[in-house]
Write a protein that binds this ligand. Structure first.
Ligand SMILES: C[S@@+](CC[C@H](N)C(=O)[O-])C[C@H]1O[C@@H](n2cnc3c(N)ncnc32)[C@H](O)[C@@H]1O
Length: 257
C-alpha cells in the first residue's frame, strides 16, 4: 500500500507522541541556534532579565526558590535567567539525546554561553552571582520526563522557551502544555515563556519536527485566566530570521494566580 507523503502526514497533524524526540540532534540544534548570540535572543534575554529583576525588587522572597526550565533542549539561557533566586533548578526534558547533552553541559558550561551571561550582568542581582558556571553546576539537575506528566505545584519560578508551540501541530496540545507549565508552579510564582509565532514546523539535522502556528491572542487566552500581571511582548526580526517559516517571537511574563 502507498505510504502518505511527509507533507500529507504533516497536514493531517502530528501529535507530541508521534514526533521522534529521542532522535533530536542536540549538536545540530545548538550549532544552528546558540553558538552565537543572535539579536532576537538578545532582546528576549534583556526582557526576561528586567522582568525578574523588577518582580523581585518589589517582593523579596523569604528564601531561595525552586526553579524549573521545561523542555530545555540545548538552551541554557532560560536556566541562567533563574540563577540569582534559586536554591535548585530542574532542567526538564523529554528527549534522551538532549538529556545526555544537558547532564554534561551543566557540569561546566561551554564558552559560547559567556556572551549570553554577560547580558544578564547588566543588572545587579545577576552580577552578585559571581561565578555562574559554578553556581549552575551546583544548583541544576536534569530530569527526563514528559511535560504532560509534570507534577503540579512543584516549583516556585519557571521558564519554558519555544516548547508549547513546538511540540505538535495541535492547538489542544499547545494549550495543555501551557496549562501544565503554569500548574507546575506554586501560586504567586513568576514565570517567562517564549513562543515562535506562526511556526510551520522546524528541521533539526535531518529530521522535521512539528509546530502549532500560534499567535499572541491564543497565548493571552490561555495565560490570562491563570495568571496576574501578564505582560506579552511581540518581537519582530531585528536581524536575519532564525529559520524560514515563522513570523516573529512572542514573550509572556507574569505571575501565577
Ligand atoms: C524547539 S525545542 C526548544 C528547546 C529550548 N527550550 C530552546 O529554547 O531552544 C523543543 C524542546 O521541547 C522538548 N519536548 C518536546 N516534547 C516534550 C514533552 N512532552 N515534554 C518535555 N519536553 C518536550 C524537545 O525535546 C525539545 O528539547
Amino acid at each position: 500500500m502507498e505510504q502518505p507523503s511527509a507533507e500529507a502526514e504533516y497536514a493531517s497533524g502530528i501529535s507530541n507522541s508521534d514526533a521522534p524526540w529521542d532522535l533530536f540532534d542536540s549538536r545540530a540544534y545548538l550549532d544552528h541556534n546558540y553558538q552565537d548570540l543572535r539579536q532576537d535572543d538578545r532582546q528576549i534575554i534583556m526582557a526576561v532579565r528586567d522582568y525578574f529583576c523588577e518582580h523581585f525588587r518589589h517582593r523579596q522572597p523569604a528564601g531561595k526558590l525552586s526553579g524549573i526550565d521545561v523542555g530545555s533542549g540545548t538552551n541554557l539561557y532560560p536556566s541562567l535567567s533563574l540563577l540569582p533566586w534559586c536554591s535548585d533548578i530542574t532542567l526538564y526534558e523529554r528527549s534522551a539525546g538532549n538529556v545526555v547533552w544537558l547532564e554534561r553541559e551543566i557540569q561546566h558550561y561551554s564558552s559560547n554561553w559567556d556572551r549570553f551571561w554577560q547580558l544578564f550582568t547588566d543588572r545587579e542581582p545577576y552580577r552578585r552571582v559571581g561565578d555562574p558556571r559554578g553556581r549552575l553546576s551546583g544548583l541544576a539537575t536534569v530530569e527526563k520526563g514528559d511535560l504532560f506528566d509534570l507534577r503540579p505545584g512543584g516549583w516556585s519560578i519557571g521558564t519554558m522557551f519555544f516548547v508549547a508551540e513546538s511540540l505538535s501541530t495541535a492547538r489542544t496540545e499547545f494549550e495543555e502544555a501551557l496549562a501544565k507549565f503554569i500548574a507546575a508552579l506554586t501560586p504567586g510564582a513568576p514565570f517567562a515563556a517564549a513562543f515562535m509565532e506562526n511556526s510551520e514546523g522546524y528541521r533539526v539535522g535531518d529530521l522535521e519536527f512539528p509546530a502549532y502556528p500560534v499567535e499572541e491572542p491564543q497565548v493571552r487566552d490561555c495565560l490570562a485566566p491563570r495568571t496576574d500581571d501578564l505582560v506579552i511582548t511581540r518581537l519582530g526580526f531585528p536581524g536575519e530570521p532564525l529559520r524560514d517559516g515563522y513570523t516573529g517571537m512572542i514573550l509572556a511574563c507574569g505571575v501565577t494566580s
